[in-house]
Write a protein that binds this ligand. Structure first.
Ligand code: SF4
Length: 461
């Protein structure tokens, strides 16, 4: 029937779905090795974001703040950047890259970040001639976009500042977007099965930091400056997310003539099929039998659930746009009915996203997509019975809507702090699809038991 895409009518935001742009910049920055971002703004612009990272990953990350106070908010905060960078270099001898991430206040004041970086570069050259520290201005005013565009801008900035053409490396760039470390592991597994050498940007697999005998406990990113430099020498690029990394992929194509595919996030069988076909197209490598077996296992697991438990269950999904669209496609594939999608910012490109047209062709009911949405929108629609929902897919910030309205919920996206270890599990790939289907089924089963709604079926299933 139809997919209607419209903006939330209310101007204010109650219980936002997304954090602001600097959060996206910070997430991209912590994925780089020997990198400590300096957030130029009030302390909370860094502290609260760092707290959510710690909640989600149950790990600590190094993020610095220029900690703007009243004087600087009026007269400018350049001195705070100078002090901040000098301190970082003295305190952390291993640091090689410092993105200076602007915020709403410092963009409004109009602090000259580029001029400050030039001044610091001269100073560092004189003081530490043997030390190479790259200072990168990262402009992320928070009154436009969201964490999604912040990540997109950050990755494009890192690649445009660092990528250098030398000799072809035979690698395939995979630009992940804002995914979990478990997804990065799954991407590496798929590449390895296809015998393709990948340059995974950004590699967050090491966020799963072991506690070692020397008590080191800080997590760090695994993408090196050299990996980013080398992205200009790849045989191709696949971006998994249009809105988180799409700009960087386009830059590599325009600037270095690297064949690029900005594909669907490989959530579900069809999207994983497309991802593997894209790898084959760019590298010439065949899809091996091992992956066909994995695919078969996932299809088998989903077939056991689809008709019996998923059919016609109505789903509301919120979160990052590429994830939400990927999940909606997955739901349709497994006989669930996505009826309401909520995207937490007002990116005008959503209206023209071709994927909504494809979804429209696949469904025989009405689906509503709300942009600039908040969680209050979801709550009101459910409580006012404007939409009937059997399942919620989204991050932990919407948990009370599910709890209060007794709707089963599966935590996906970022942040998921109220369930253990989710960030280590993939959504991506065939194994991710199987795991997601099982998790959804188990959430529905628990609900059947607690509400005593046909729970006897589980005795004979
Ligand atoms: S909205 Fe502005 S003040 Fe608030 S955290 Fe984001 S950048 Fe900082």
């Amino acid at each position: 029937m139809s997919v209607e895409i419209k903006q939330k009518e209310r101007l204010n935001v109650i219980n936002p779905i997304f954090d602001c742009q600097p959060a996206g910049g910070q997430f991209a920055a912590i994925a780089i090795k020997e990198c400590i971002p300096l957030v130029h703004g009030g302390q909370g612009c860094c502290t609260f974001v760092r707290l959510v990272f710690a909640q989600h990953f149950k790990e600590n990350f190094d993020i610095a703040s220029s900690s703007l106070h009243e004087d600087e908010a009026v007269f400018g905060g350049i001195d705070r950047i100078l002090d901040g960078v000098r301190t970082l270099i003295q305190r952390y001898p291993e640091v090689r890259i410092i993105p200076i991430i602007t915020t709403c206040s410092t963009e409004t004041i109009g602090d000259d970040i580029e001029g400050t970086v030039n001044k610091l570069n001269k100073e560092l050259k004189e003081k530490y001639p043997d030390k190479k520290v790259k200072l990168i201005p990262l402009h992320t005013p928070s009154y436009t976009g969201s964490q999604v565009s912040g990540y997109d801008v950050a990755l494009e900035t890192f690649i445009s500042e660092l990528a250098k053409q030398s000799k072809p490396n035979g690698k395939l760039n995979i630009i992940t977007g804002w995914v979990n470390p478990g997804d990065v592991t799954e991407i590496k597994h798929l590449l390895s099965e296809m015998k393709v050498e990948g340059n995974v940007l950004l590699d967050t697999e090491t966020f799963d930091a072991p506690t070692m005998p020397d008590k080191s406990a800080f997590a760090y990113g695994n993408t090196t400056i050299e990996d980013i430099e080398d992205s200009a020498n790849a045989l191709g690029t696949i971006a998994l997310c249009k809105y988180e990394g799409g700009k960087a992929a386009q830059f590599l194509e325009t600037e270095f003539d690297i064949p690029t595919i900005i594909g669907d996030m490989p959530v579900g069988i069809k999207n994983t099929d497309a991802f593997l076909k894209n790898i084959k197209k760019l590298t010439g490598k065949e899809i091996p039998n091992s992956l066909i077996i994995e695919r078969g296992k996932a299809i088998d697991a989903i077939a056991d659930l689809g008709h019996m438990f998923f059919a016609d269950k109505k789903v509301a999904i919120y979160g990052d746009p590429d994830l939400v669209i990927g999940l909606a496609q997955f739901c349709i594939d497994v006989s669930l009915k996505p009826v309401l999608l909520l995207l937490g910012d007002d990116n005008k490109a959503y209206k023209k996203d071709i994927r909504f047209k494809t979804i429209e062709e696949q469904i025989d009911y009405d689906l509503e997509v709300i942009t600039n949405a908040d969680l209050f929108e979801l709550q009101s629609k459910i409580e006012n019975k404007e939409v009937e929902v059997d399942l919620i897919l989204g991050h932990s910030k919407g948990r009370f809507i599910a709890i209060d309205n007794k709707i089963p919920m599966v935590r996906v996206g970022f942040p998921t702090f109220d369930r253990a270890g989710l960030w280590k599990q993939p959504l991506i790939g065939y194994r991710g699809a199987e795991q997601l289907a099982n998790t959804i089924a188990n959430a529905l089963f628990t609900h059947m038991e607690y509400t005593k709604n046909k729970e006897y079926i589980l005795n004979v299933w």
